[in-house]
Design a protein around this ligand. Structure first.
Ligand code: LLP
Length: 450
């Protein structure tokens, strides 16, 4: 075999190349050399793929959405590091953060504070205070308690934060249960049906402490259909119309959140982002017309995470032991696993793998790729067909750019991997490998309790 299947090829970073021997390189950097220099497990992000994904969004919305201005915020929870923040800022994007930690990384990456939206369903007083002190552009209010807290802090600090109210849109989505966020029992946002959202909006307008600039909702993630977005946007505009009639308030901006999916091996048919842009335009125009309000369409704010970053990242593992069990499972063990990628265990996410040093080698056996952690559920790939791989060979997992590292843990006290960002003729260590010293320094140095 001298090529790899197109379906697999389209999961790899756009600047992936293969030597005649089948050695994988990303942006001209041979994977074995990267593994040699930085060790394994290693996560490699390709700058060109990220930039291409950003351009796709911009192009799609420029071509297919004309109803109102559009702002794009990268959802940093998908993966965040200062160089990535800087890259997103250079693309003209803003950032969605969900903690003081993410906010501080945003600051390190020099994202203009005005372009940041601070999300979360249980932000602490310290986090809100930091956001106010740094002058974060938008605070997305999730619940009554938070509204009270923010109002108090804003008075204390004599500032007038700009807020969006997050609404639970009661929209069903076809995605894993844990990835649904807009249904009637979801933990995020003010309820619509009970009047909670409307009451909170009235309260904000009455109190005049925080400045109400818009409405937000997010219905789920890894979505492939446009209907949840349309229904969400429609519900936000209907809520706004009610407020307009009561108080002459109209949002400057509305956000149907993020959540657009990506191509995977088992779901290769991912509609292009233009489809989302078209659907949102239609919905915006149609809803405003049917509400009979001659008001400007609010700025549309989008918060993509996964769709900007998933394809850009690959995980590189080194193969160790192999084992064929009496039960018939043929295991290939690698030096990472569930602590750097919990997604298969948590969501049943499917990954595939290729031998990074001989991608053209004939597949010979079905294996289960399992990690090094003391847990039976530590499985990265339930079944993949690979050439017979030997100890010390490198295995590459595509589409590992989103939500692997941010959910990484130190389970079994294993240090977390290094992360590099590659471009033609450049390689930046975004996160150095954690050391045992990093792990040990968090413990009490005196092991006796008197
Ligand atoms: N905006 C809000 C308010 C969100 O809650 C999320 C994701 C996003 C935007 C970005 O969604 P994206 O475009 O990345 O799908 N750990 C899970 C994903 C959880 C996403 C939570 N919220 C996973 O590994 O699939």
């Amino acid at each position: 075999m001298s090529s790899i299947a197109p379906a697999l090829w389209s999961l790899l970073p756009t600047s992936t190349t293969l030597s005649p021997q089948g050695v994988v390189a990303i942006a001209g950097h041979a994977v074995p050399a990267l593994a040699q220099q930085y060790g394994t497990p290693l996560y490699v992000f390709d700058r060109a793929t990220i930039e291409a994904a950003c351009r796709d969004y911009q192009r799609a919305f420029r071509a297919a959405y004309h109803a109102s201005p559009v702002r794009i915020l990268y959802a940093g929870k998908a993966y965040l590091a200062p160089p990535l923040v800087a890259l997103m800022a250079a693309q003209g994007f803003g950032l969605d953060v969900v903690s003081a930690g993410e906010l501080l990384v945003a600051q390190l990456g020099q994202m203009p504070m005005e372009r940041i939206a601070f999300h979360g369903n249980n932000k602490s007083a310290e986090e809100l205070r930091l956001a106010l002190q740094l002058g974060v552009g938008r605070i997305v209010l999730d619940n009554e308690h938070e509204l009270t807290l923010l109002t108090r802090l804003a008075r204390e600090l004599a500032v007038r934060p700009r807020v969006l109210l997050r609404v639970a849109p009661e929209v069903e989505t076809k995605t894993h249960r844990y990835l649904q966020t807009g249904h009637a029992s979801a933990k995020f946002g003010f309820a619509l049906r009970t009047g909670e959202a409307r009451a909170a909006l009235l309260r904000i307008l009455d109190e005049q402490v925080v400045e109400l600039v818009g409405l937000h909702a997010h219905s789920g993630t890894m979505l492939r259909a446009v209907e949840p977005y349309q229904l969400t946007l429609q519900r936000l505009l209907e809520l706004a119309a009610g407020l307009y009639q009561e108080r002459a308030w109209w949002p400057q901006e509305v956000s149907p959140g993020g959540g657009w999916g990506v191509q995977t091996l088992d779901e290769p048919q991912m509609p292009p982002v233009e489809l989302l842009a078209q659907a949102l335009e239609q919905c915006m125009n149609h809803t405003l017309t049917s509400l009979g309000l001659a008001l400007p369409a609010p700025t549309l704010v989008l918060e993509p995470g996964r769709s900007l970053i998933a394809r850009a990242g690959v995980a590189i593992y080194r193969v160790g032991a192999r084992k064929v069990t009496p039960g018939g499972t043929r295991y290939l063990f690698v030096d990472g696993g569930m602590a750097d990628n919990i997604r298969p265990a948590l969501y049943g996410a499917h990954y595939t793998a290729i031998p990074a040093e001989r991608a053209f080698a004939e597949p010979e056996e079905h294996v289960c790729v399992a990690g090094r952690y003391c847990e039976s559920g530590d499985i990265l790939i339930e079944r993949v067909t690979l050439p017979r791989m030997q100890a010390d060979e490198l295995l590459l997992l595509p589409t590992a750019g989103a939500y692997c590292l941010p959910m990484a843990s130190n389970y079994n006290l294993v240090p977390r991997p290094a992360v590099v960002l590659v471009a033609e003729h450049a390689c930046l260590l975004m996160e150095r490998r954690e050391t045992h010293a990093d792990l040990l320094q968090r413990y009490a140095q005196e092991p006796i309790i008197e």
